[in-house]
Design a protein around this ligand. Structure first.
Ligand code: GTP
Ligand code: MG
Length: 443
């Protein structure tokens, strides 16, 4: 619990720019999300600042007056015992921008004799921190470490923060400091290369394991906190972690649907998405999310009770496209209908007539989803009649692995079977055993 105590004492101020295209409500929702991300890290949010500007592009991000105002607020908060450690910007800042903001604010704090300094960080830094703290599997850890090193490497200045150890430096001779910095950068580059190699090996291993799997599968995707894990829990009866916080799930897990159906249906729970998800993190997660590529069916889970759900849908679709996921086989599922009022629900139903409407906390609703999934897979299967001579009876074993046997009967020459099989598996069987006749029956 050491970590908790340490992070609880970290105070932050959130900073955003309201661009001309964004409404007040959107800006507020985005800041609220940033606040939740900070709270996930155990940080205390002491205030929020917004400035209306064309964008985040200027070298100091904010105007001079705003920066001065922030410095004064930090000073006043400190007088009240609220020490602010970080300014957290709602978008990714360039290394130069954060350096500029820090030097202006810290200079102003110096003039006020504040006796402390702040660091400027951003949404990306916060998200990467959450992921580094909470990822569990080796693969997720490697991916996050890669994203983290790529993020911190250009931001290395006179202090270092690698592997969580912080050392303030830069007091000595400047020349010596620079050489040391170069050394550290080289060290990071080497480490990145090592991590990438290790990740590649692991990915190959995982791919091999995955290809052996023949069950039909469903992946749950969607925005963070939409209720993916809750739905997973309902459908698999598993001990799945559910929490009212952003990025509760950071690893991909796959479980069998319970009670079981034949053929088996596997459900995969995935990491949630968030607006402005760091690009490197998306890239890092591509392989973890390859489960998603391999799935037969995607359920895009949406928290319909969230005022920003349209944005959430957009964000999820953008990230999936970036990951080259085929989104045509995707079913929109509005969750948390228990939290919506009648008119809200009616409106969404009108706007998304093809969607499913569920509440992951309601067992009837879960049954309904289960039935729809079974229907989906049944519709994709065909009944095949096949005769296997005794001389070829090894083939039956292979058929059992790929299809479910509906009935079997024997005569003196062999086995007559009726099987239920998915189209791709049927094709595999046909090409493996051209001597056998697979006769399609009407469903
Ligand atoms: N009222 C209500 N709350 C729900 C429902 N489904 C999930 N929740 C709650 O929403 C919160 C988030 O649920 P999770 O299942 O952890 O969401 P998730 O999509 O897995 O989130 P991440 O793992 O963070 O991406 C939890 O507090 C759940 O109890 C629902 O149908 N109705
Ligand atoms: Mg989850």
């Amino acid at each position: 619990m050491h970590e908790m105590n340490e992070s609880q004492s970290t105070g932050v101020i959130l900073v955003s720019i309201q661009t001309p295209g964004a409404s007040e409500a959107e800006n507020e929702a985005s800041l609220l999300e940033l606040e939740k991300l900070n709270v996930t890290l155990g940080y205390q949010v002491y205030g929020k600042f917004t400035q209306k500007k064309a964008g985040y592009g200027s070298p100091t991000v904010l105007g001079e007056g705003k920066l001065q105002e922030i410095a004064e607020t930090l000073f006043a908060l400190n007088q009240q015992g609220k020490r602010v450690h970080h300014l957290v910007f709602d978008r990714e800042l360039s290394p130069l921008q954060s350096r500029n903001v820090e030097s202006i604010i810290n200079e102003a704090l110096g003039e006020l004799d504040a006796g402390f300094e702040v660091e400027a960080t951003d949404r990306t830094g916060i998200i990467i921190d959450i992921f580094s703290r909470h990822a569990r599997t080796r693969q997720a850890r490697l991916q996050i470490e890669i994203a983290r090193l790529k993020y911190i490497s250009p931001r290395l200045r006179d202090k270092m923060e690698v592997n969580g150890d912080r050392q303030a430096g830069g007091v000595g001779g400047k020349g010596a400091g620079e050489t040391q910095m170069e050394l550290k950068r080289r060290h990071l580059r080497d480490r990145l290369a090592d991590l990438r190699r290790e990740l590649e090996d692991l990915e190959i291993e995982n791919d091999n394991r995955r290809q052996k799997r023949e069950a039909q599968s469903v992946a749950l995707v969607g925005y963070t906190n939409a209720g993916k894990s809750s739905l997973m829990k309902g459908l698999t009866g598993g001990d799945i972690y559910v929490a009212d916080k952003l990025f509760a799930t950071l690893d991909v897990t796959t479980r069998q649907m319970e009670p079981p159906v034949i053929p088996t249906v596997l459900i995969t729970d995935t990491v949630g998405f968030v607006q402005y998800l760091p690009h490197d993190l998306v890239a890092s997660f591509k392989s973890t999310l390859s489960e998603v590529h391999l799935s037969d069916f995607l359920l895009h889970v949406v928290d319909g009770s969230d005022s920003q759900f349209v944005k959430h849908i957009e964000t999820t679709e953008i990230v999936l496209k970036e990951m080259k996921v085929e989104i045509s086989q995707m079913q929109l599922v509005f969750n948390k209908i228990d939290k919506m009022d009648f008119t809200q629900l009616a409106k969404i139903k009108e706007d998304y007539p093809q969607a499913w409407f569920v509440s992951a906390l309601n067992s009837e609703s879960i049954l309904h989803v289960r039935e729809k999934l079974v229907q989906f897979f049944e519709a994709r299967q065909t009944i095949i009649s096949v005769f296997i001579p005794f001389s070829e009876s090894k083939i039956l074993g292979d058929i059992r692995k790929k299809a479910s046997i509906l009935s079997e009967s024997y005569n003196e020459n062999g086995t007559q079977a009726e099987i239920l099989v998915k189209p791709p598996d049927l094709n595999r069987l046909k090409s493996l055993y051209p001597q056998i006749k697979f006769v399609e029956k009407k469903n």
